[in-house]
Design a protein around this ligand. Structure first.
Ligand SMILES: Cc1cc2nc3c(=O)[nH]c(=O)nc-3n(C[C@H](O)[C@H](O)[C@H](O)COP(=O)(O)OP(=O)(O)OC[C@H]3O[C@@H](n4cnc5c(N)ncnc54)[C@H](O)[C@@H]3O)c2cc1C
Length: 349
């Protein structure tokens, strides 16, 4: 598939902030008021991690309540084609995959609430969660609120997301075979994405607004030595050009005092690799985070530092960040929560 045929083939991260899109009616099938406010297990987030946890927990008879956010379905909701989720040899649209996961979870008794969690109190049992003016109580909680890709904030970037503009080279690089692409960023992730994209693109332009990278020395030397990667230091993308698909970007010289006019750089793809923001604000610091703001696991299980609170998916994983790894994590969290609840029941009797 060529970029000229866009938008098929690559996707976007949903921004769960103020501009979050309304719930997709294809996915949102149940109204919030039906949900009970007392649950054995509450799952926060309805991406691959949260919904996989719900499938497992519901099949175990826990009747989980998923408070899945105002934009349910997670990052794959704006991805037009997912080709690497096992079981779909022809690929599947992201929203269709998420609608299927949701139906599967609901089939076994999961209750969905399409609202954001505003805050939590995990200091005592039962754990308390507030969402859209309602207070929910649960013995166990799985936090699966994902992460949002950071974008440059350009109007043209938003317009061309899914039409050549992406935030995931692992997911979308394949669609840029034989084209030139631009990667923006200066950390390890950006350099890794640039190297990965050389497998498909004829040339990778790595654009960084400073004169030095933040990445590790080994990554910098690999990028510098690669014949297909051209570095554009002290440059920033100020506009993405193209009507229906990405055709070029405009680069501005960021050197202090520079007065040169912005230059046009032809490219079929723009990969924004300036980081992700884990969605943890709702926790109000109740769980420890690492230096990058991702939740930390307590051990090699999905347990957090708080008894009865488990963690799954991209909200703690900044290494793999894939739908299948998030789904695997959701499975592990549901099994951990189920065992924790069973042990608790046994200790009470
Ligand atoms: C552009 C792009 C394309 C991608 N394409 C692919 C691909 O082709 N294949 C692949 O394997 N992976 C792909 N990914 C990665 C994949 O989407 C993620 O790894 C995966 O979705 C992570 O799942 P998750 O459940 O952990 O989190 P998310 O999918 O981020 O879901 C988080 C959930 O938490 C909810 N939430 C957030 N805040 C709150 C709150 N306050 N209250 C309640 N709920 C909240 C959201 O509504 C959402 O339901 C892509 C990612 C991007 C950015």
């Amino acid at each position: 598939m060529t970029n000229a045929e866009a938008p098929k083939g690559f996707g976007l991260a949903i921004d769960f902030g103020a501009a979050a899109p309304a719930a997709d009616p294809a996915v949102a099938t149940k109204a919030a008021p039906a949900a009970p406010t007392e649950a054995r297990l509450l799952i926060l987030g309805s991406g691959p991690a949260g919904l996989t946890a719900a499938i497992y927990a519901a099949r175990a008879g826990l009747a989980p309540v998923v408070i899945g956010g105002y934009a349910p379905g997670g990052q794959l909701m704006l991805t037009s084609e997912v080709e690497n989720f096992p079981g779909f040899p022809e690929g599947i649209d992201g929203p269709e995959l998420m609608a299927n996961m949701r139906k599967q979870a609901e089939r076994f008794g999961t209750i969905m609430v399409d609202q954001d969690v505003d805050r939590v109190d995990l200091s005592a049992e039962p754990h308390r969660v507030w969402s859209a003016g309602r207070e929910f109580h649960a013995e166990a909680i799985i936090v699966a609120t994902g992460a949002s890709a950071l974008w440059l904030g350009l109007e043209s970037e938003t317009r061309l997301r899914g039409r050549g503009v992406s935030a995931c080279a692992t997911c979308d690089g394949f669609f840029f075979k034989g084209q030139e692409v631009v990667v923006v960023g200066g950390g390890d992730t950006a350099l890794e994405e640039a190297l990965f994209l050389t497998r498909f693109a004829t040339k990778v332009h790595l654009v960084h607004r400073r004169d030095t990278f933040r990445a590790s020395k080994i990554m910098i030397s690999r990028v510098q030595a690669h014949a297909s990667i051209q570095l554009h230091m002290n440059r920033e993308v100020i506009e993405v050009l193209g009507e229906k698909s990405t055709e070029a970007v405009m680069l501005r010289d960021t050197t202090p005092g520079a007065t040169s006019t912005p230059e046009r750089l032809a490219a079929g793809g723009l990969f924004v690799a300036i980081g992700h923001k884990p969605n943890t604000a709702l926790l109000g610091g109740a769980l420890p985070v690492d230096a990058a703001g991702y939740l930390q696991l307590e051990s090699d299980t999905t347990a957090s530092q708080i008894d009865g609170v488990f963690i799954a998916g991209d909200v703690h994983d900044h290494r793999y960040r894939q739908a299948v790894t998030a789904a695997g994590d959701g499975c592990r969290a549901a099994l951990d929560a189920e065992r924790w609840l069973a042990e608790r029941d046994a200790s009470k009797s």
